[in-house]
Design a binder for this molecule. Structure first.
Ligand code: 5GP
Length: 193
């Protein structure tokens, strides 16, 4: 998606440890006009698919998921991150290793909001090693719902997540795929899509 690539080039900052900072329009301050176009693009890319729920993970996936959900006219459920060891209540839970924070946490979704008969689109801001998406896909599987696909704003194509998710046969759509980025020069190269 050209609009997103242009914005990443203009305002994205390459940090050490393969981290791309997009705080000025996506991860801290959010450009809703851009989000709206991203929502429309997800709708285009998953046209013809039956989707009745969007699942994302807190916190930074929520904004994009909500704007996308408006296009699909479906509710958004977000997986909550918790460090609680004994998770009480009727929930699906799995563990996710965080790329940005380097630790493992539990994610949970209430059984009330995901289950058999649901056709789920996963949405997240970044795809790096694929742990967040794999965790969300595991929750969908546990619930008996159907996983329709995954929509990502920015995939870092030089990390393993995209290949791993595609190898599982999951319909993955990334709006911008970063092929390489250079922390010293700040140069960002995108994959032709
Ligand atoms: P993964 O689980 O695919 O390794 O990482 C995806 C998650 O880590 C996303 O939910 C996102 O919040 C965070 N993340 C991974 N790489 C980056 C990055 O380069 N920049 C930012 N801002 N977040 C990232």
């Amino acid at each position: 998606m050209q609009l997103l690539k242009d914005r990443i080039r203009k305002d994205g900052k390459v940090k050490e440890g393969n981290v791309l900072k997009v705080d000025s329009f996506l991860n801290h301050q959010m450009d809703i006009a851009l989000f709206r176009e991203m929502g429309k693009e997800f709708k285009r890319r998953f046209a013809g698919e039956e989707i009745n729920k969007i699942l994302t993970i807190e916190a930074s996936g929520i904004g994009i998921a909500c704007v996308a959900a408006e296009q699909f006219d479906v509710p958004v459920v977000f997986a909550k991150k918790t460090q609680t060891k004994n998770i009480a209540g009727d929930v699906y839970t799995t563990q996710v290793e965080s790329f940005t924070h380097g630790r493992v946490y539990d994610i949970i979704v209430s059984r009330e909001f995901l289950g058999k008969g649901d056709k789920v689109l996963l949405i997240d801001d970044f795809l790096a090693n694929g742990k967040a998406l794999e965790g969300l896909a595991a929750l969908v599987e546990m619930s008996g719902a159907e996983l329709v696909g995954a929509g990502i704003a920015i995939e870092k194509g030089f990390q393993v997540g995209g290949d791993a998710i595609r190898a599982r046969g999951i319909h993955l759509e990334s709006l911008a795929i970063v092929e390489s980025m250079d922390e010293k020069t700040g140069e960002i190269v995108f994959r032709e899509q």
